[in-house]
Design a protein around this ligand. Structure first.
Ligand SMILES: Nc1ncnc2c1ncn2[C@@H]1O[C@H](COP(=O)(O)OP(=O)(O)OP(=O)(O)O)[C@@H](O)[C@H]1O
Length: 288
């Protein structure tokens, strides 16, 4: 059994017109192995954040369920930690205190010295040494998100859920923090599920990229394997022979759906609704 299984999950919300319900996405089924980094891309409104919130236990699925390590995961828990794009830091607490609060709740049996050593290690990993005693108001967006990432990684959750964590950060800083994220992930090998709109970011970070059709009634139509060896950096990724193939494939998918809306028009999708597997390494495109 997969470490994290999203099992035939559909989500309906009340129709804004007041008449009945609208299906946001249908029958999302994904199996994620321990330590995998999986990203989801799709046009605005297809339900990416809703799916992430269902995994986090912040939303309930209308149909189907989420199984983590053999158990149904319903409701939030410290085994699944979310990093939001708006940082969600405690404004009255310092950098150190924001991270220490999370560490203390995850490891209540630890001494103050253990908590302090752990927090200090993660502050160093995200390059915030020297900023320990600053409050969020005194930090740039990039620094705030470094705190958010350090806080999430420091509690070593079973699953890290990243909802467009770099959306509010300028492009240059984003590149630096993406590389810090890679370093933390290389050390921890957490299982990560990330929502992004940034194709290059997805290729740099992911083992697999899920492509969603447009909502309503969105589907996970394709699962693209990123067949680029790790460790990766931005330089090695763009020089890799598969990089442009993967990038073009994803961009063509997104352009097709921008033009034609929610219906998946290539004829590839399997009868069962399973996503099409796209793997340039083996030069295969197959359903299942
Ligand atoms: N609590 C809610 N009640 C009603 N409708 C909702 C609720 N949350 C989300 N929706 C609707 O569900 C759809 C999917 O929203 P969601 O935020 O998951 O999309 P998304 O793909 O993450 O979009 P974006 O890329 O713009 O962040 C949208 O049409 C949104 O308006």
């Amino acid at each position: 059994m997969a470490f994290l299984q999203i099992d035939h999950v559909s989500k309906f919300f009340p129709n804004p017109s007041g008449a009945g319900q609208v299906c946001i996405f249908r029958d999302a089924t994904i199996k994620i192995d321990k330590g995998e980094f999986v990203t989801v891309i799709g046009h605005s409104g297809c339900g990416k954040s809703t799916l992430l919130n269902i995994i986090a236990g912040l939303e309930t699925p209308s149909e189907g369920g989420v199984i983590l390590n053999g158990r149904e995961a319903s409701g939030p828990g410290l085994d699944r930690m979310v990093v939001f794009q708006n940082f969600a830091l405690m404004p009255w607490m310092t950098v150190f205190e924001n991270i220490a609060l999370a560490v203390r709740s995850a490891y209540p049996e630890w001494t103050a010295a253990q908590v302090s050593a752990h927090v200090t290690r993660y502050i160093a990993l995200v390059g915030l040494k020297g900023a320990e005693n600053k409050r969020p108001a005194a930090l740039s967006g990039g620094m705030k998100q470094r705190v958010g990432l350090a806080r999430a990684f420091s509690i070593e959750p079973k699953v890290l859920l990243l909802d467009e964590p770099f959306a509010q950060i300028d492009a240059l800083t984003r590149g630096v923090i993406q590389e810090e994220l890679i370093q933390m992930w290389n050390t921890s090998r957490n299982t990560v599920f990330m929502v992004t709109h940034d194709v290059d970011e997805a290729i740099l970070l992911s083992d697999r990229i899920l492509l969603m059709t447009n909502g309503p009634e969105a589907r996970i139509a394709e699962m693209v394997h990123v067949s680029i060896a790790r460790p990766r950096s931005r330089e090695t990724v763009i020089d890799h022979p598969h990089y442009y193939k993967i990038r073009n494939h994803i961009i063509h998918f997104l352009v097709r759906h921008a033009k034609h809306g929610g219906h998946y028009g290539t004829g590839h999708q399997a009868e069962s609704g399973d996503p099409v597997v796209v793997n340039f390494d083996e030069a295969t495109v197959s359903a299942g």
